[in-house]
Ligand binder design. Structure first.
Ligand code: AHR
Length: 522
């Protein structure tokens, strides 16, 4: 026993010394069994729960109809918020919710959304279809929703068309406990105590819809606006700068160079489609488009690595946090719906993609501290779809539910050797993985099998841990495009997976083709 412990300490020390990244994947073709080695370490990074965050924008039917129906609605609600949606979302242990945009944020004036609802002005949602916003859902309603979900609030402030004063006043209105005109207005509007705001975004996509700025101009404005995002007594706000989109490293470089020293974190965005030039259909696709999405989803890893490389040069001590505060799949809007409402279905393909993203965030949790999938209901890669009183959860919802075991757990370094997934002479690793150790000492491994036709024999060795029992759940289906509908809401959902066992300290499994599996090892 002593020798085993010594050996384990040596292995951990070597892993630590060699600076091995927390996840390494090697493709080796012709393997009869794919092999994963996990290392339990004392100095493990903690997976920030906020990596499992969400996003709700005033866009299409995300807010209105998605979760806000109003107090007088026939749809069962609590203070205007749909009860069925809150009940479903509570099962995800949502850590943080971002609002009100997106592009909408830089055209949102918070005072339009407070006070008696029948006296709020009607405004135009200029970015998303020029439709009327009644402003029935505003600051109080959003923060009420956060309290129902027991999650942190991430408010995106208006830098594009708002003033520094408007931004400072919003913060005072929400967070000041003392006696002031704005704090008293909040009280008059029904909220005595100040709210706690964890994150405040200083603009959104200011390189595009948030003002078409250069990174240099944005950096100067950021310094100006963020000065007025005050920490009133008892409040401590994390300020989020606008980060790059996709591969725009020039933006990241400039931000770190110009304002890196005063930054808490910046938010990178990354959306994936099935090809460069068009979005693609959400439910009707072939294997070429399946493969394209897997490839783009895996690319999140390279994007994070590039950001980390830039951040490491300016901030060796990892003080500045990297957020991926918008991510997910982006397909053509469903036929017959307003194209500016971004309403799309969600299949097993989206679920495997989400699994890859979440594994990637876990594996980079030394720098990646918050992420927000776009969006929570009826928009892009949604958790929830609604149609009047009907509601359905999507395959992506199920992935978030399966992966929630990683929230706040210790990341395990992983070393994966797997077969390739080949299509049209192109190659990807067939498996994608992350693992963590929970507070109760058990280990959770989440694995995506990207190959839509081949199951994968798999064995896992956990160094420094002796597995006794194992249980698992899997999300898979016969068809790549399986999805839930209002008529068949449970067409695809996680099932207990019996194809996993422990033999001689090894975990053995045959992972179904096109699947996401969570294995719990005790
Ligand atoms: O999530 C939809 C939009 O995508 C957001 O409003 C914007 O920030 C991004 O371009």
């Amino acid at each position: 026993m002593k020798n085993i412990r010594l050996l384990f300490l040596c292995v951990s020390f070597l892993v630590f010394l060699s600076g091995i990244s927390t996840a390494k994947t090697t493709i080796e073709d012709g393997l009869s069994v794919n092999k994963l080695t996990l290392y339990v370490q004392d100095n493990a990074e903690v997976i920030a729960p906020d990596i499992y965050g969400h996003f709700a924008e005033h866009l299409g039917r995300c807010v209105y109809g998605g979760f806000w129906v109003g107090e007088d609605s026939d749809i069962d609600n609590v203070r205007g918020i749909r009860r069925d949606v809150v009940t479903a979302l509570k099962k995800l242990d949502i850590p943080v919710l971002r609002w009100p945009g997106g592009c909408f944020a830089d055209d949102y004036h918070w005072k339009d959304g407070i006070g008696p609802r029948d006296q709020r002005p009607k405004t135009v949602n200029t970015h998303w279809g020029m439709v009327t916003d009644t402003n029935a859902f505003g600051t109080h309603e959003f923060l009420d929703l956060c309290e129902m979900l027991e999650c942190e609030a991430y408010i995106a402030g208006n830098m594009g068309s708002g003033t520094p004063q408007e931004m400072r006043d919003w913060v005072e209105y929400m967070t000041f406990a003392g006696d002031s005109e704005l704090a008293n207005l909040r009280r008059k509007n029904g909220r005595k105590k100040p709210w706690k705001i964890k994150y405040f975004g200083v603009g959104n996509e200011n390189w595009g819809c948030g003002g078409s700025m250069t990174p240099e101009y944005y950096s100067e404005l950021y310094k100006h606006y963020q000065t007025y995002v005050r920490n009133y007594p008892g409040s401590k706000i994390i300020k989020v700068a606008c980060g790059p989109n996709g591969n725009n490293t020039a933006w990241a470089e400039s931000i770190m160079k110009n304002i890196g020293r005063s930054l808490h974190g910046y938010g990178q965005h990354y959306y994936v489609q099935a090809s460069q030039s068009w979005y693609g259909h959400a439910t009707q696709f072939d294997e070429t488009e399946w493969f394209a999405l897997m490839k783009k989803s895996l690319n999140m890893n390279d994007i994070i690595l590039r950001n980390k490389e830039i951040m490491d040069r300016y901030d060796k001590n990892k003080r500045v946090e990297l957020y991926i505060d918008e991510w997910g799949t982006w397909w053509d809007a469903e036929k017959g719906t307003n194209p500016r409402f971004l309403y799309q279905q969600n299949t097993l393909r989206d679920a495997v993609s989400a699994g890859i993203f979440l594994n990637t965030f876990n594996n980079h949790c030394d720098r990646v501290k918050m992420c927000n999938i776009a969006q929570i209901s009826n928009v892009l890669q949604a958790m929830i779809l609604t149609d009047g009183a009907k509601m359905v959860t999507t395959p992506t919802y199920h992935v978030f539910e399966m992966f929630k075991v990683h929230q706040g757990a210790d990341l395990l370094t992983n070393d994966l050797t797997c077969n390739s997934y080949k299509h049209d002479k192109k190659t990807l690793p067939s498996l994608n993985v992350s693992a963590s150790k929970a507070d109760d000492g058990s280990i959770n491994i989440t694995i995506c099998n990207l190959d839509p036709t081949k199951p994968a024999d798999f064995k896992c060795d956990i160094k420094g841990f002796s597995p006794k029992t194992v249980s698992a759940r899997v999300l898979t289906a016969e068809a790549m495009n399986m999805h839930n509908t209002f008529d068949a809401p449970n067409a695809i959902k996680p099932e207990v997976f019996r194809g996993v066992s422990v033999k001689k300290d090894m975990i053995l499994a045959t992972l179904p083709a096109k699947s996401v599996t969570v294995i719990n090892v005790k």
